[in-house]
Design a protein around this ligand. Structure first.
Ligand code: WTA
Length: 683
């Protein structure tokens, strides 16, 4: 059991030597010309005298750029011989081949000894301000040894179903230490969703906790795992840590993680765990994310390129400096948690905050109270939370001292101007740059953000604006033509590879190629649309596929439809996203019942909501369910989601050409049904 100590919290790891990010990395306010002070390894680039020239070079001569950065910022046991071997048309991406290293050594060992006072993790528990003390390197080694002792080998995949807590981070790093891949599943996913991910990843080992605690509520995580593994014949063992005092029923396949602590007492040498020497392109982790089909895809990230990209973006987008406390409030179950709670900050030797709670527990001052107590320098959160907090008013922010804040970040969905301005003016007192960061599970790290740029370069509210080093975005029109002018919109693609990009979809390279590389041959297709302004800045306009973004969580509409269609009363359904003032997008489901079904709509709605929560997760549950006689379809039988979206957004002018519809009267019925629905809501 992790005892609360009520102290100012020290988690882990000792020294965070600046072997890599030496003190001369500090960028003085306007050192526009001093590239070496800004990025030491850039000193070797001839003719590069400013940040703009450095960015130019990172794209035009990306091999030289990435080679220099990789040599400078990662600790290698054997240096790489080939910087990159990529062919986007075939979905082939390889970086730093020949190189060998260990990611946990890069995140922990190399920072230990030189700076023993540096704390690696500060765990902000659900219960405000209660933190723990331990050593992250030791903890990682003990978990690594435990896994090894129980037969986990290099190349195996371990599923982690845990709340954001130090042991979860140690488990991720322990996998990296012994050469196993991890598959972290967000602890809000249901047993079915977890089981699907365990099966697809072919995990034989799962790590979980007895119960989670979030917003004061207890969540039965171990029970969810028990249900999930019933349909996962590959699972041989489940490690169970104790997050609460409540006992939990153990089965023959369960192993209590407290053993890890006893080992510390019994076998001192077990705090040392020999790191596996990994190839740059060995798998570091799988992370499942939603696509436009019902089946989530396990994106694969590998060792060196991913770590380097997470570290470099963390350092430069947020202007992280040695000694800063970095506060990313994302859950470790998402890519943001992987890259900016764990790998990026730890690779840079930062003190990183693990936030287990919610923005409004116990009250809407939670984030800012935490900023004051933990003296957070960079705060990184989601627009949905900002929009929610904005509604509670400025007093919850002003109550707390936020003078330590230097940069504010936003991620996961577009941030509307009102939220951006409130974040900037109220939270940041008008003095902190707000960086709206665009990226995806697939990109591994931030690709477009206002910083790094010259320190006084303009930042336009609600715009991600500028591509990161080595990133070359392009816009392509529906005919597949490259759009070269400014003030134009198109499909957002990347014209060249970068080290952080995903390498494949686990067990399905064909789907990887079809999804990302076939739509626009020679380019990586992001699935998003974007606008490029007159000045050349990028603004994301939203997904071009059937993926929606609910409270910053990605979900495929097809995944929700698959569940709704499983209900025996349902003939067919169409799920779409609509603009929601807090969540960014809400879930709207149109449902057609089978003939002769006689049920109360309210009862069936409840049932369908329950099914979606149970099969996927609560956040995917529809906000509205509208029952219809039929759905508008093309003559070939394809549901016209575009039309449904317009009806829900009440944009009847924008319905467009309905002549291709099989039966245009279906649209009128839907419009009428929507009116009744809205009126019923108002009553
Ligand atoms: C959306 C989250 C607008 C986008 C890191 C992308 C954004 C998807 C932004 C990836 C942003 C992310 N502005 N939209 N700053 N950041 N998105 O994989 O649609 O969970 O494709 O990664 O979120 O979601 P994912």
């Amino acid at each position: 059991m992790w005892l609360p100590c009520g102290c100012t919290s020290k988690y882990v790891a000792s020294s965070f030597a600046r072997r890599i990010l030496a003190s001369h990395l500090h960028v003085s306010g306007r050192s526009r010309c001093n590239v070496a002070a800004f990025m030491p390894e850039a000193a070797g680039f001839e003719g590069v005298s400013g940040r703009a020239a450095l960015r130019e070079l990172s794209v035009s001569n990306s091999e030289s750029f990435w080679a220099a950065v990789a040599r400078h910022r990662l600790s290698w046991s054997i240096p790489f011989h080939t910087v990159q071997d990529c062919d986007l048309s075939r979905g082939k991406i390889k970086w730093f081949e020949g190189g060998k290293l260990n990611v946990s050594v890069n995140c922990l060992d190399r920072h230990v000894h030189t700076c023993p006072e540096r704390v690696a993790l500060i765990w902000e528990r659900d219960e405000r301000g209660w933190c723990c003390t331990d050593e992250l390197l030791e903890m990682t080694c003990r978990v690594g040894n435990l896994l090894r002792r129980h037969g986990v080998k290099r190349g195996d995949c371990v599923t982690i179903y845990m709340p954001t807590c130090p042991l979860a981070v140690a488990s991720m790093l322990a996998c990296a230490r012994i050469g196993a891949a991890h598959n972290v599943v967000f602890a809000g996913f249901s047993a079915d969703a977890l089981a699907e991910r365990i099966r697809d990843a072919q995990s034989s080992t799962v790590i979980t906790v007895n119960q989670g605690v979030r917003g004061g509520k207890v969540i039965e995580l171990k029970k969810t795992v028990d249900t999930a593994v019933e349909s996962c014949p590959t699972v041989k063992q489940v490690f169970v840590a104790m997050r609460t005092d409540n006992p939990v029923t153990m089965t023959a396949r369960d192993i209590a993680m407290e053993e890890v602590r006893e080992q510390k007492e019994m076998l001192k040498e077990d705090v040392v765990c020999e790191p596996a020497v990994m190839n740059s392109e060995d798998v570091l982790f799988l992370l499942y994310t939603s696509g436009s089909t019902g089946k989530p895809k396990g994106l694969v990230h590998t060792q060196a390129g991913y770590l380097l990209y997470a570290a470099l973006t963390h350092r430069y987008v947020f202007s992280y400096h040695d000694g800063d406390v970095f506060g990313c409030v994302a859950d470790i179950g998402w890519i943001t948690g992987h890259s900016y709670v764990v790998y990026g900050p730890l690779a840079n030797g930062a003190t990183t905050v693990l936030f287990e709670s919610t923005p409004i527990y116990p009250d809407p001052g939670r984030y800012w109270d935490m900023v004051e107590r933990l003296k957070i320098n960079q705060f990184y959160g989601a627009p949905t939370a900002i929009r929610l907090l904005l509604k509670y008013g400025d007093q919850w922010v002003n109550k707390y001292d936020r003078s330590t804040l230097k940069t504010l970040g936003s991620v996961g969905e577009p941030i509307n101007t009102e939220a951006w301005e409130w974040y900037h003016r109220v939270v940041g007192d008008g003095r902190c740059p707000v960086v709206d960061t665009w990226w995806q599970t697939e990109t591994g790290g931030i690709c477009i953000a206002p910083r790094p740029s010259d320190p006084d370069a303009e930042i336009v509210p609600g715009m991600a604006m500028r591509p990161f080093f080595g990133i070359k975005p392009v816009l392509i029109d529906t005919e597949g033509e490259l759009l070269t002018s400014n003030n134009t919109s198109g499909a957002l693609c990347m014209a060249q590879p970068w080290p952080g990009m995903a390498r494949t979809i686990h067990n399905n390279h064909q789907r990887f190629i079809e999804t990302y590389f076939q739509p626009y041959p020679g380019y990586f297709f992001t699935g998003d649309g974007a606008y490029r302004s007159e000045e050349g800045y990028y603004q994301i306009t939203g997904r071009l596929d059937d993926v929606i973004n609910v409270s910053g969580h990605r979900i495929g509409t097809a995944e929700i439809e698959d569940v709704v269609n499983q209900c025996p009363a349902v003939a067919e359904s169409a799920v779409i996203g609509y603009t929601h003032s807090i969540k960014g997008q809400g879930v709207y489901a149109f449902v057609v019942l089978k003939k002769g079904i006689d049920v109360k709509e309210a009862d069936l709605s409840r049932q369908l909501n329950g099914m979606v929560s149970e099969k996927i997760a609560k956040y995917a549950s529809p906000d509205f369910i509208q029952f219809a006689q039929r759905l508008p379809k093309t003559r070939s039988g394809k549901i016209m989601r575009r039309v449904l979206r317009k009806v829900v957004e009440s944009d009847l002018e924008g319905l467009g050409d309905l002549s291709t519809l099989d039966d245009p009267a279906a649209v009128q019925e839907i419009i009428q049904g929507r009116r009744c629905h809205v009126m019923a809501q108002k009553r």
